[in-house]
Design a protein around this ligand. Sequence first.
Ligand code: TMP
Length: 237
Amino acid sequence: MEKKQELYRGKAKSVYETDDADHYIMLYRDDTSAFDGKVIKQLDRKGKTNNHFNFFIMKKLEEAGIPVHVEKMLNDTECLVKKLEMVPVECVVRNFCAGSICRRLGVEEGLELKQPTFEFFLKNDELHDPMVNDSHIISFGWGTQEQIDKMKELSFKINEVLKALFDKAGLLLVDYKLEFGLYHGQLMLGDEFSPDGCRLWDKETRKKLDKDRFRQGLGGVIEAYEEVARRIGCPLD
Ligand code: TMP
């Protein structure tokens, strides 16, 4: 498949058109952003690590019956994906409290939730991704009730699959963000799943092994991503 012009440049990935109307090429760059793009830094091996990580996780999800956009890894930093029409919201599932929920509700980091929560955020950096609800999504025409129900159902199913996968590696899946889109009308998982968009802690020590290391200036960011990959059996080349 031939790579054509860059269609969209996100904070960490670029999307290219191909000579096939149904497919895009996703390029994982070394750029690492935090605080809605206010801080951006290049981290060695980041693009490669996240491309391999995402491919491994997406294939596990596909095996578990989740429809995903990933088709094929092309090289260390590029992946062939189905062309989705994205729903402009982010779906966040939490098993433990960390990040924005602690600030919003005044709860302690590390509190285990009695059951997972589900939250929608509007994808809009300038507005700092405000939280929205089902009614906003329908009223503004960002998605239908049926799509909302499907996003929630798939997000919770993904939680069961990934909690088990990380648990076996001695890791707690604290929270994560997913983005969905439509492929010829069918809702499927798009974007990426990597330590950039989730929180993972060591089960015993609660050491942070995700992008909070970057946000909080803890160092060893990519080394932590690589450790997670090694522990779950994800090859990095
Ligand atoms: P939060 O604590 O900032 O609401 O984030 C919850 C999880 O979702 C955390 O793992 C980071 C991820 N996330 C993103 O990757 N990008 C985003 O824009 C948002 C809102 C969350």
